[in-house]
Design a protein around this ligand. Structure first.
Ligand SMILES: Cc1cc2nc3c(=O)[nH]c(=O)nc-3n(C[C@H](O)[C@H](O)[C@H](O)COP(=O)(O)OP(=O)(O)OC[C@H]3O[C@@H](n4cnc5c(N)ncnc54)[C@H](O)[C@@H]3O)c2cc1C
Length: 401
């Protein structure tokens, strides 16, 4: 098969990949671009898959990152439903599973991640939904109707949001997760318990501190046995227990990987013509002075764009501090930095466990900030983290309101 040549090839039709097109075109109006993605949709935003689409606040057609005309106008060749099976850095080629070979000048790996799977008996049963893709939403939405029941495995972002979305659609929801309370990696205990109680108050059965031991399918429903000896029947079974970054293409090609694809401040991998961005990239988070991999929308957007600019010669370090957000019923937040309960936390509530700001501290410095039902303060939080001054919890009272 004849080899085609492109100045830029982007592997991965998600947010980082689509944003890279913008970055490339800001710098280079004419170099040829090929965007390869294995889904059967134009690149789309994932956050609405667990939020607005379920609440009728958005329709599927409204979640595209760009419409088809954008790619036409930007002179981008789109190759959807195409799996990239391998890359050869020395030859600067990309090989599709169907056997086509493409030559690149610069390559971006924007392959994101795949849902982490359970490994208990029955965890590969047909119909279990490891939730991440638009096709997952389309399938679940069809089945998640009033009167049905769902077991949601996982109490992190995705599990909590999907559970809330199902409740809004009058599905009877049970949640199961091994931790003591919802979103325990980011919420201090009292907030996590308060949010969990709001779920329970809305009729969700919350099985904290337990986990599935096996799954079976009987007729049209699933039967889940748990570590604590429970037996749960449900029409739907949705799993949201995190992702595994898609780094295999890079690893197999001999590029540097650890908990993802390792890039430098220019988002370049260990090969000077190959870049990575988004959920799959381990990058130097400059304001925090450490390597990080960030699985959030704003990071994929800005990192993808910066990678595109750098592929086209901008030579700009990625110094942006991405924020992230979530909505759990009426509780919404925006957060920035290292938002982890492994750090010391200090909550400055205006209304306890509802409205206020949580600071995440290490060595008496602010490393992360979560603004709960407090809006338009992300910039203030970024500045506070960047300053890196020693603080005391008392001294943080009222700093961000
Ligand atoms: C349901 C849901 C809700 C979310 N909500 C929020 C939120 O509220 N706030 C927030 O900050 N973040 C949220 N996120 C996270 C955010 O959406 C991700 O961080 C972002 O989508 C990452 O973009 P990406 O381009 O790096 O990866 P992805 O979106 O995973 O895109 C990668 C693409 O590459 C494709 N691909 C992979 N390998 C290959 C290959 N070999 N060949 C061809 N194509 C390939 C994949 O199929 C995929 O289409 C949510 C995610 C999900 C799933």
């Amino acid at each position: 098969m004849a080899e085609q040549d492109f100045a830029y090839i982007i592997v991965g039709g998600g947010l980082a990949g689509a944003s890279a097109v913008e970055g490339i075109r800001e710098m280079d109006g004419s170099g040829s671009v090929l965007l390869i993605g294995n889904e059967n949709h134009l690149p789309y935003h994932r956050p609405p898959l667990s939020k607005q689409l379920w609440l009728g606040k958005k329709q599927v057609g409204e979640i595209l990152i760009h419409d088809r005309q954008f790619y036409e106008k930007s002179n981008v060749t789109l190759s959807l439903v195409t799996e990239v099976a391998g890359i050869e850095p020395d030859k600067k080629t990309v090989r599709s599973a169907a056997g086509e070979t493409y030559h690149f000048g610069k390559l971006l790996l924007a392959t994101g991640g795949m849902p982490r799977r359970l490994s208990v008996p029955g965890s590969d049963l047909d119909g279990i939904c490891y939730y991440r893709f638009l096709d997952d939403y389309l399938r679940m939405r069809k089945d998640a109707v009033e009167g049905k029941s769902a077991l949601v495995v996982g109490g992190g972002f995705i599990g909590s949001e999907i559970a809330a979305a199902l409740v809004a659609n009058k599905v009877a929801v049970t949640m199961i997760f091994p931790e003591a309370y919802l979103c325990n990696r980011v919420f201090p205990e009292s907030l996590g318990i308060a949010i969990q109680n709001s779920y329970i108050g809305r009729g969700v059965t919350v099985l904290a501190g337990d986990r599935p031991q096996s799954f079976e399918k009987r007729d049209d429903f699933f039967v889940t046995a748990t570590d604590k000896g429970r037996r749960i029947e449900s029409d739907l079974l949705i799993v949201g227990i995190g992702i595994v970054p898609s780094a295999a293409l890079a690893k197999d090609a001999g590029l540097r990987t650890d908990s993802g694809i390792v890039v430098d401040e220019y988002l370049r991998t260990s090969h000077p013509d190959i870049y990575a961005a988004g959920d799959n990239a381990v990058f130097p988070y400059q304001a925090l002075g450490r390597q990080m991999r960030v699985e959030h929308w704003d990071n994929a957007l800005n990192q993808g764009k910066q990678a595109g600019r750098n592929m086209a010669g901008a030579g700009e370090a990625f110094t942006y501090m991405p924020y992230f957000f979530s909505d759990l019923f009426e509780f919404g937040y925006e957060a920035v930095g290292e938002v982890s309960t492994e750090l010391e936390t200090f909550a400055d509530w205006q209304k306890e466990n509802d409205t206020g700001v949580i600071y995440y501290l290490k060595d008496r410095k602010v490393r992360g900030v979560m603004m709960c039902n407090v809006w338009e303060k992300v910039e203030a939080a970024r500045a506070l983290i960047r300053r890196g001054e020693k603080v005391t919890p008392e001294g943080l009272h009222g700093v961000i309101r």
